[in-house]
Design a protein around this ligand. Structure first.
Ligand code: URA
Length: 233
């Protein structure tokens, strides 16, 4: 009996060797998000490259299928001020850069009003591909891209994070808030290892439709200027 069991075990071991069992079975859990779960290192440009690649490698995304280009960022990765918008539009899709259309021109003016420009800040969006017909990204699309923008913020590690409009606000702060109540306030928030002061203001495209709200945006811009001076940025 013992002899028979022994010979079965030997046969089993030989069989496992034959089929290269260790290559087939692995005790580690399957990590389908391996690429965007990379560890952030000291090397910021490498981290950004890894993040960009993980977005490029994203599978089964309807936005990606219909867009011309991926829109990752503009500005200075060393900046301590990061701005996050909603999603690329037609011009951004064409050029592969955020805020280059009409809303972008207004954003440039808003930045200039507090002595900032694109070389002094860093800009990205909640989703990296243009939603067709410039519609808002859906909840599902936002959920898909949220780990990327969160990681993006963590890599840039800004001291001031400006959320432009309610899509960026709801995605990064929560769905239970409204922009009219949240804008013009500083909120301390953590994104991974990044601790930052967040301010929400109106999206430039909204300000083009509702110019009367520009005076509120000006209050927010002055708060950003004050904070920037206080933090010696
Ligand atoms: N609106 C956005 O939210 N982002 C852009 O990049 C352009 C327009």
């Amino acid at each position: 009996m013992f002899k028979k069991n022994m010979s079965n075990s030997i046969k089993l071991i030989q069989y496992y060797k034959l089929i290269n069992h260790n290559l087939i079975f692995n005790n580690k859990a399957i990590n389908r998000y391996k690429k965007d779960n990379f560890e952030i290192s000291e090397d910021k440009s490498n981290n950004l490259e890894l993040l960009k690649n993980s977005i490029i490698e994203l599978k089964n995304c309807n936005l990606k299928r219909q867009a011309k280009n991926m829109v990752f960022c503009d500005g200075n990765p060393k900046s301590k001020i990061m701005l996050v918008g909603e999603a690329p539009g037609a011009n951004e899709d064409q050029e592969g850069l955020p805020f280059v259309g009409r809303a972008g021109m207004l954003l440039d003016k808003m930045l200039a009003a507090i002595n900032l420009d694109r070389k002094k800040v860093y800009i990205s969006n909640i989703v990296n591909y243009r939603p067709p017909e410039n519609r808002k990204p859906t909840e599902e699309e936002i959920r898909r891209y949220l780990p990327f923008i969160t990681k993006h913020i963590e890599i840039i590690n800004p001291k001031i994070l400006v959320l432009l409009g309610s899509t960026a606000m709801n995605a990064l702060i929560g769905n239970n808030v409204v922009i009219s109540k949240m804008r013009g306030k500083w909120i301390e928030k953590k994104f991974g290892s990044c601790k930052t002061s967040v301010i929400i203001t109106f999206h430039p495209a909204f300000l083009m439709r509702q110019p009367a709200q520009k005076k509120m945006a000006w209050i927010d811009l002055k708060m950003i200027r004050e904070k920037k001076n206080k933090l010696n940025i």
